[in-house]
Design a protein around this ligand. Structure first.
Ligand code: SF4
Length: 351
């Protein structure tokens, strides 16, 4: 899966979101359309997750979607959902396009995390509209340290009533920029090192400056946000507490990845199977950690030091259970075991 981030600007400033903070200096820049389409051709991943930032703020979104569909990609539009009504009539109804809407709890919780009262109502209204318009809609819910797991079940029951096509649960992951002390490795040879002031990639001459996002005071936000994230054992405890209930819902998480989240099995990190491309280039090593950016996909693939990454190898990976790294790891693990392959096949065809 290609994680394509055509821009970093967002119309919200949610707690726990590292992107809008890590790349704040580049919030005004957007990748030109042709660069986005070229990135998809370059890595040739069957699935493109268009994220950011808020992708529905991307000026050429309709042309990007048609271009990716022409390339026969399967597209996930990862959005906070607020701008869905603006794009509903401008994007095609096809099974290859999925609106993946972020919802982090019921009304009080979600509005508190987004920092904007009324967000939950707006988003759930947008989901309803998208479903009525015949679109495919899935949701993505981040499980933070303070999350009451009973509320997660209530949320999933509500989303099932709304008719969503699938739900993803992911443990909150601490972006490197939200950790107290970052221990970045030197950028690999050929990569442009990353600094808080921005990447050294060329200025985007077709970028339209967007209104700066409203940001909470940085220090307070970082201190608060450090307390949002979970250790490996806390994640296991939270997911085990709802293990039996989860069977009732249309989960996007594979059974292998769920077992991994519950601490019942191990999986390898396969971050190399989910490259991230943004305005700075190919982000190395992965979606969460930024040591630098490469100009080409091939350089990213060949020069990122994969053997030095993953839990037990790099301290920054210690509590990482992110689905970009380990859901893909589940696919590779399944290839080595008939039982796991069967389990994945039953999950895949039983949905
Ligand atoms: S475990 Fe993999 S996905 Fe997670 S931070 Fe490390 S390299 Fe990135």
């Amino acid at each position: 899966m290609l994680m394509l981030e055509p821009l970093f600007a967002c119309n919200l400033a949610c707690e726990g979101c590292g992107r809008i903070r890590e790349y704040a200096a580049m919030a005004h820049r957007q990748m030109p359309l042709e660069e986005c389409l070229h990135a998809a051709r370059e890595c040739d991943a069957p699935v493109v997750s268009v994220c950011g930032g808020e992708p529905l703020l991307y000026r050429d979104l309709d042309r990007l979607v048609s271009g990716l569909l022409l390339q026969k990609r399967f597209i996930y539009l990862c959005t906070n959902g607020l701008l869905i009504p603006r794009w509903l009539d401008r994007l095609p109804r096809t099974k290859r396009l999925v609106w993946n809407v972020h919802l982090d709890g019921m009304e009080t919780t979600h509005d508190a995390i987004t920092g904007r009262p009324g967000t939950f109502r707006e988003v759930t209204r947008a989901i309803r509209l998208a479903k009525e318009a015949g679109m495919r809609v899935t949701t993505n819910t981040t499980i933070y340290a303070s999350m009451d797991m009973h509320e997660v079940i209530v949320l999933m029951e509500y989303l099932t009533e709304l008719g969503v096509d699938g739900m993803l649960l992911s443990p909150a992951y601490s972006y490197e920029c939200l950790q107290p002390a970052t221990t970045s490795l030197p950028a690999a040879a050929g990569a442009v090192p990353f600094t808080p002031e921005g990447c050294a990639a060329k200025e985007n001459d077709c970028a339209t400056p967007l209104a700066p996002v409203e940001q909470r005071t940085k220090d307070t936000a970082i201190a608060r946000e450090q307390s949002l994230f979970l250790t490996r054992s806390q994640v296991a405890e939270k997911f085990q507490s709802i293990k039996t209930e989860l069977r009732r819902f249309r989960l996007i998480n594979s059974p292998l990845y769920l077992d991994f989240l519950m601490g019942l099995r191990d999986l390898p990190c396969a971050a190399w199977a989910s490259p991230t491309r943004n305005v700075c280039g190919w982000k190395s090593p992965c979606y969460l950690i930024t040591d630098g950016h490469f100009a080409t996909f091939r350089e990213w693939q060949e020069k990122t030091p994969w053997q030095r990454l993953g839990p037990g190898r790099d301290p920054r990976c210690e509590n990482c259970l992110v689905h970009y790294g380990f859901e893909t790891g589940a696919v590779f693990a399944a290839q080595k075991s008939l039982r796991d392959s069967l389990s994945l096949a039953i999950w895949q065809f039983g949905r």
